[in-house]
Write a protein that binds this ligand. Structure first.
Ligand SMILES: [Fe+2]
Length: 303
């Protein structure tokens, strides 16, 4: 049986070929091996969550009643999630262009991958999978304050698209929006995906989903002397390139979700002031789809 293994699922290939971004979760297609992958991933990381994750994440795991023994049904997850923060997980076939992704957050919808990594590569895969999205991201969405950070980020994306579309010269418009998208992607990476937070009792904990879904890196990011950990500094974060295919050598620490929220607000102010118009080059690449998604976003310019 083909199952719903990442990069090897005919159901997903077909959806992509038909141009379908939002899809159903064809639960009956998960193979026994897919289920075993979930069980192994969950069982080995659970003690590390208890040790390293921020307390809101653990509350989220409990509030979602996430099953250690079976891949979750998104409809079940949403029954618990929606009453808590208004968020819902929405199944997608694959890559979501940057603006569409951020705008989903503004609408309290989280584009969610439904495939699961191959059982032979539990540790690393470059693509997101359901373990990263549902066990790494979604528990954080149960927290009102964190959910509001994501919504605010979506509002900033909308503001950025609006701001860019008002630039009359086309070359200038493309150059500036490309730089802004890069800055937003870096911000998202160093917070929502790989953020660290101070513990009120001293020490650090993890709130970034890339860390929360990695058995190796969740410990490495806190324990290893090779990782540089600095207080969050907006001018640095938006100019700092990153690579996705190895453990992160540099991470940023926020004080609280309140602090994070205020930095997202500041990001918008900085876009307004032109401070994101010419960021340092380097990763991430802004692809054509990301660019178009911002340039063609319907944001009611002139209304
Ligand atoms: Fe992610």
């Amino acid at each position: 049986m083909a199952g719903l293994t990442t990069t090897k699922a005919p159901f997903i290939e077909e959806a992509k070929a038909n141009g379908e971004l939002y899809i159903r979760q064809p639960y009956e297609l998960y193979s026994e091996e897919n289920q075993e992958t979930w069980r192994r991933l969950y069982a080995r990381i659970r003690p590390r969550w208890e040790q390293y994750a921020n307390p809101k994440f653990m509350e989220g795991i409990n509030n979602l009643a996430l099953d250690p023994h079976a891949i979750p049904h998104l409809v079940d997850i949403n029954k618990f999630l929606e009453p808590l923060s208004g968020f819902k997980a929405k199944a997608v076939s694959g890559y979501v262009p940057a603006y569409v992704f951020f705008d989903s957050l503004r609408n309290r919808e989280f584009p969610t991958t439904i495939t699961i990594r191959d059982i032979s590569t539990l540790d690393y895969l470059p693509e997101p999978d359901i373990f990263h999205d549902v066990a790494g991201h979604v528990p954080m969405h149960t927290d009102r304050q964190f959910a509001d950070v994501l919504v605010r980020f979506g509002e900033v994306a909308r503001f950025a698209a609006q701001h860019a579309q008002e630039i009359p010269n086309e070359d200038e418009r493309v150059r500036i929006i490309e730089s802004i998208i890069k800055g937003m992607a870096r911000f998202f990476w160093f917070t929502i995906e790989f953020g660290l937070m101070k513990r009120p009792t001293g020490g650090l904990c993890v709130y970034g989903s890339g860390l929360l879904s990695s058995y190796g890196e969740i410990a490495h990011c806190i324990e290893s002397p090779e990782v540089q950990r600095y207080p969050f500094q907006l001018e640095w974060v938006i100019n700092q390139y990153f690579e996705i295919d190895h453990y992160q050598p540099l991470l940023f620490i926020v004080d609280s979700f309140d602090h994070l929220f205020s930095e997202v607000h500041r990001l918008e102010e900085w876009i307004k002031d032109g401070k994101l118009n010419n960021l340092s080059p380097g990763e991430p690449e802004v692809n054509e789809d990301d660019l178009k998604s911002f340039l063609n976003a319907s944001v009611g310019v002139g209304v």
